[in-house]
Write a protein that binds this ligand. Structure first.
Ligand SMILES: *Cc1c(COP(=O)(O)O)cnc(C)c1O
Ligand code: SF4
Length: 363
């Protein structure tokens, strides 16, 4: 297709593709599938910014980037056990935009939009569903809640993607958090360095630092190809400014469900000075069965990383327990009570990274 045609179908000025007809114009889906995918993109928001358009190989029917971001008719299939609020945000929301599940930290959801919509998103029933930025009254109430609860040591900005807010808006929030002495840490969960790397600029970084808190940024990325040169440079801007970065990855069938891809991703994080933090078991979000794998498969993959790649590259494999019970590590337990060869009744059996079991005394 010619550039002229491309120009005509792109609706948003930033070049983000938001409709199946635009995907087809870029050769990302066949024209025959537009009608089939139209209802999917109406049900669950679609957005594909230029950096991710460029990453997709349209010739590869199993492209792991396409699989994460291009709509699929499987998304309209609800399977038993799937829930609209899989991690139980609503159960622990004392005021709008706050989720206070753990004593020392809260989520603050400033907006419900993202620069790119993951087809497996755990908040897909709220994110990208037409609700925009938090109203200033709701923001006042959320910040008042944080100020009134002195146990809150950490505020985690999430959404939606908080870095989709303008630096001006982010700075306004950061300045107000600066006045809350018991909050020491400001953590941001984002996909922006991968989705729109040029957005990570000096103004945005200065806005976060206006909080005066120790700022951490957690990057959501699921395939090593997402860490392009531009994405790595965007991360370097955070890190060089003194903002440490963490990596979080969702285990996804057809995207990263093999040890080689996971190892390459974790190494790409560490090469970018990002410490892998969590490897998430996929949540029970509606219409995402085609992405899920079993906990046993996940344990095998997580175990395959142990020992084989650097300790710096090891994420913790976790499940967010449905119903709002929080995250818990679900890696294979490598300690068992046993009798092994010490002759003691209650010794431990410890499995090393090769799978060999060793005895360890009870105390
Ligand atoms: C995931 C989550 C956090 C962050 O948990 P960490 O284990 O500290 O990364 C905090 N609050 C809520 C409600 C969460 O869902
Ligand atoms: S970046 Fe996070 S919140 Fe946004 S669509 Fe992806 S999973 Fe959902």
């Amino acid at each position: 297709m010619g550039t002229r045609r491309r120009h005509l179908v792109v609706s948003a000025t930033d070049g983000t593709l938001r409709r199946p007809v635009e995907l087809a114009a870029f050769g990302l889906i066949p024209t025959e599938r537009i009608a089939e995918l139209e209802p999917v993109s109406k049900r669950y928001a679609l957005a594909l910014p230029p950096a991710l358009v460029r990453l997709i190989d349209p010739a590869d029917p199993e492209d792991p980037i396409a699989r994460q971001f291009l709509p699929d008719s499987n998304e309209l299939e609800n399977t038993p056990g799937e829930i609209a609020d899989p991690i139980g945000d609503n159960v622990y929301s004392p005021v709008e935009a706050i989720v206070h599940r753990y004593p020392d930290r809260v989520l603050l959801k400033l907006l419900a939009t993202c620069p790119v919509y993951c087809r497996f998103c755990f908040r897909r029933e709220t994110v990208g569903q037409g609700k925009g930025v938090l109203s200033s009254e709701a923001l006042d109430r959320a910040l008042a809640y944080i100020a009134a609860h002195s146990d809150i040591w950490e505020v985690i900005l999430t959404g939606g993607d908080p870095l989709a807010l303008s630096p001006r808006r982010l700075e306004a929030v950061a300045r107000r958090l600066a006045g809350v002495a018991h909050v020491k840490i400001l953590r941001i969960h984002t996909r922006m360095p991968v989705a729109v790397p040029e957005r990570i600029d000096a103004a945005l970084i200065a806005a976060l630092q206006a909080s005066g808190k120790s700022v951490y940024v957690a990057l959501h990325a699921n395939h090593p190809r997402e860490l392009t040169q531009a994405a790595r440079m965007a991360c370097a801007r955070f890190i060089d400014a003194g903002i440490p970065m963490l990596g979080q990855t969702v285990l996804l069938r057809g995207v990263n469900d093999n040890a080689e891809t996971l190892a390459a991703l974790m190494r790409a994080f560490v090469e970018t000075r990002i410490k892998p933090y969590y490897l998430h078991h996929p949540d029970l979000a509606p219409g995402t069965a085609h992405f899920r794998l079993s906990i046993e498969e996940g344990q095998t993959l997580a175990a395959a990383l142990l020992g084989r790649i650097s300790g710096l590259c090891q994420p913790t494999y976790v499940l967010d327990i449905p119903g709002g019970f929080g995250k818990t590590p679900i890696g294979r337990n490598r300690v068992r009570l046993g009798k092994a060869d010490t002759g003691e009744a209650d010794s431990h059996e410890i499995e090393d990274w090769r799978g060999i079991v060793h005895a360890y005394p009870p105390a």
